[in-house]
Write a new protein. Structure first.
Lengths: 387, 387
């Protein structure tokens, strides 16, 4: 049993702590807040196929693996809490607004299928059968049956319960959460190992990882939560959509995730400095969504949320030990994919912490870890080389 | 000195209480909350000219008189509080998006000028000089120099301070506010006179006014509060607009009120059952506003508020004593004009309470009160006639 401190309590930190506890370690969490940043905003699509874009050759396999980790997580989590887990096997439709959008989706589907994904183009009748509320003018759609969803807020509540509950035989002790103040330096922490899962805040913490150029940048996103009133539904319906709908509307992507009698509509990706919700972003989301799903005008706007995702130059996360400091693991940079990648990240972090320092890691793990090496953007300066 | 209970603490109740205190009466306020309903949402235009539409022949004179009451109120209020009053003499531009919108505005301006208002059509150069951020494609604009604004939230804070402060010589005692529970019946109230200013809630209170058919209905409105970041401004600017802009965008009205480095964008008028914010309403507001002021896309969406206004069949308020019960005054139904009409309503209510029951009211007051008679929608039933 190691004593491991996890710094940061977004979905990455929480699931990492849970996995470490599950493996019998003594874990504590230190964080300013709990799931208040990107996790609070996230829609929670578990969509390894439809979230991957052209050229993301390293991200695709990670995401597919991550989706299977989520299934394993759900099983373990269900043993440790009575709370709902938030998982739903909602299939995903990927809709093209016009012919050009659809053509782009077809090309992408070819690449996705070549990588082993299940993607099927629907006829207009099939689409109408699956999503009768979609605008008749959409050019076409793909079905991705295995791109599912989890409600991040429900998942967080379940994980917190599992972290602080009695646990299962073999688990480490209940995990204490110390919140309300920011960890300024790893020096404050008295533990065998430290995992830094503070998202964008990771760079602001003082510690051995500061020798690394993490190249984190905020990618702001706006996301809306809509409630569907009964007046917008036919008898027997409980939502406007049964499927998650991802759409390309004249080149702009959006998604609509059905959840709890409502829809989660997202998300912009803004590289500007606005931390609050962008009026232009909200306008574009609603405008594009209304083109795909006209009845969205009849919904109630319950929440407008803006948060920053921790972006990296190559859209891949940063996961691994700090060179020369195997006791400090960096785990951040999950960008738009934090929820999907979280269960995988938790397992890999635990693997790293349990690895024999003398032995080389298994080949598969080594390949994955090479792609997400937190030192990959760090160029050693001539001065450092000389010293 | 009379002991008067005011039921309801929106802007109408608060200013009524202040006016009664100013006239030396002992006043108390009973309300579930303070300025949480329509007053919380209201933009606060004091726009007796540009708020009047075709055919509102009775409303126009009331609104012009009400604007002058606000000037008097500001003077009295300034004697009783150190807090900011929220008044600004921002002039108003009334903008037509296309030729047809502009033509409608010209016809309305003729009617407004005939009623004595000051309205002036601007050349495109004049418009550019006054509002350089407006889209070049707007068809034209009118200037209404004397349509001003007050920030309702600032005004409420000032009025609360004046109500509970020491007051001036001759004022009644400080006004106690009892909040947190709804007044179910006028029977609960021990006072000489009762003024019912509970907005839409007035009909739900039991009391002698229940013999009246007030015909109140909720007219839901969505309103947005936007912050203008420095990045959207040129050096030296502190907002995107110096003028209040009212616009007709292909027949749909909107307004943009500059305030505190931001803009208040409103407002929908929905006769539906949705008490929360309408996604369609928010979309339409942002879409239409972006046509008039493209830079609105660069603002931050800080607040989305939806509240119901107390509407009446003829858009005129309900102000007057309950027939046969001169001790109970109804004052509600101010619809979209609650802030503007509030100071006038407060003065008239005080006049009514101080009137000699035997003497006829002055002719001007009699004319005003006839138009807003709270019994005007009440048809006496045959049964009542027989009894």
């Amino acid at each position: 049993m190691q004593h491991i401190a996890v710094v940061g309590a977004g979905i990455i930190g929480l699931l990492t702590a849970l996995e470490l506890r599950r493996r019998g370690h003594r874990v504590e969490i230190r964080s300013i807040g709990v799931a208040e940043q990107a996790t609070h905003a996230a829609a929670g699509m578990l969509a390894p196929t439809s979230e991957v874009q052209f050229g993301q050759h390293s991200l695709g396999p990670l995401m597919r693996k991550a989706a299977s980790h989520h299934r394993a997580l759900a099983a373990e989590l269900g043993l440790r809490t009575e709370k709902p887990l938030g998982y739903r096997d909602t299939p995903t439709l990927v809709v093209g607004r016009d012919r050009s959008d659809l053509e782009a989706l077809r090309l992408l589907a070819q690449e996705q299928c070549a990588a082993g994904a299940e993607v099927e183009e629907l006829t207009s009748a099939q689409l109408r059968g699956r999503a009768p509320t979609l605008a008749r003018h959409v050019a076409g759609a793909m079905l991705v049956p295995r791109d599912h969803q989890v409600d991040p807020r429900t998942l967080v509540a379940a994980v917190l319960d599992a972290l602080t509950g009695p646990g299962r035989p073999g688990d480490g002790p209940p995990v204490p959460l110390t919140t309300g103040s920011r960890v300024a330096s790893t020096d404050e922490i008295d533990a065998d190992r430290i995992v830094l899962t503070a998202g964008l805040g990771t760079s602001a913490i003082d510690g051995p990882h500061r020798v690394l150029d993490l190249s984190l940048r905020p990618v702001h996103g706006d996301i809306l939560r809509l409630h569907v009133p009964d007046s917008a539904l036919l008898p027997g319906e409980d939502n406007l959509l049964d499927h998650t709908v991802r759409a390309l509307v004249r080149g702009r992507p959006l998604y609509l995730v059905p959840r709890d009698g409502g829809l989660v509509l997202g998300a912009t990706s803004r590289e500007d400095a606005m931390t609050g919700a962008s009026a232009g972003g909200v306008l574009t989301l609603l405008q594009d969504a209304a083109e795909i799903l006209p009845a969205i005008r009849d919904t109630e706007l319950r929440e407008v949320t803006a948060r920053a995702r921790p972006g990296t130059p190559d859209d891949l996360p940063l996961l691994g030990p700090v060179p020369g400091h195997p006791d400090v693991i960096v785990s951040t940079g999950y960008h738009r994919h934090g929820i999907l990648l979280s269960a995988w990240a938790a397992a890999r972090t635990a693997d790293l912490l349990e690895a024999d320092p003398g032995a080389p890691p298994p080949a598969e793990m080594a390949g994955e870890l090479a792609a997400v090496d937190p030192a990959r953007f760090t160029t050693t300066s001539p001065l450092q080389e000389a010293s």
